[in-house]
Design a protein around this ligand. Structure first.
Ligand SMILES: [Zn+2]
Length: 211
């Protein structure tokens, strides 16, 4: 699974002198060269592709344009609002521990543990931090991953895609336009009509059921 919590291990192990005796001098030099190349490559990646994380108050636009949806899931207005900025302490106080870790520190909930991966009701998934409408049940599909999955957001304006190099694979992180909450990642292996798979965290959203 691409969206797991596995962290890459350091590629370079200390080379003990006994390895020279064990493999011979030439093999030892080759293995050291390989290790140095791997370290250089890893260091380069780490410095050029930063992990996606929610923006700080000093970063990003002060005003954002989003699409509003009514309680019955209908698109209403396009509005410009000040970006919702709170301190880390304020977010921590208002969110559950899992929602706080996921949305404010770009964590990923364990698969099959959230409350919406297996939810099949009609409704709208809204941001757990700011209530912005993010996904509709009409685009939800069973991805088999244990995370709620959608083939498109309810409005492209309401989410932000950011390159995320925090794992070996470069992924695209998805966050809330209004409050920068980390929501999950988007992949290119989804179903028609978009071919996209928005792999979200249940803990980043709350569900508003439609009658
Ligand atoms: Zn939000």
């Amino acid at each position: 699974m691409e969206n797991d919590l596995e962290q890459p291990s350091e590629p370079v192990e200390p080379c003990e002198p006994s390895l020279v005796q064990l493999f011979g001098r030439r093999a030892f030099i080759v293995s050291v060269a390989t290790a140095v190349s791997a370290a250089a490559f890893w260091g380069l990646r780490r410095s050029t592709v930063a992990a996606a994380r929610p923006m700080t108050p000093d970063e990003g636009p002060k005003t954002v344009t989003i699409i509003e949806f009514s309680a019955d899931g209908k698109q209403t207005d396009t509005v410009s609002l000040p970006r919702l900025i709170k301190s880390d302490g304020e977010w921590k106080k208002m969110l559950s521990p899992t929602s706080y870790r996921v949305t404010r520190h770009a964590d990923t909930e364990l698969p099959f543990t959230g409350d919406s991966w297996n939810l099949h009701d009609r409704g709208v998934f809204r941001c757990v931090c700011c209530d912005l409408a993010l996904f509709s049940s009409e685009t939800k599909f069973d991805s088999g991953t244990g995370w709620p999955s959608f083939w498109q957001p309810i409005a492209q304006e309401n989410v932000v895609d950011t390159v995320d190099g925090s794992l070996m694979e470069v992924r695209t992180a998805v966050s809330c336009r209004l409050c920068d909450a980390h929501l999950g990642h988007v992949f290119n292996d989804g179903p028609a009509p978009t071919g996209l798979r928005y792999c979200m965290n249940s803990a980043a959203m709350h569900f508003v059921k439609l009658g």
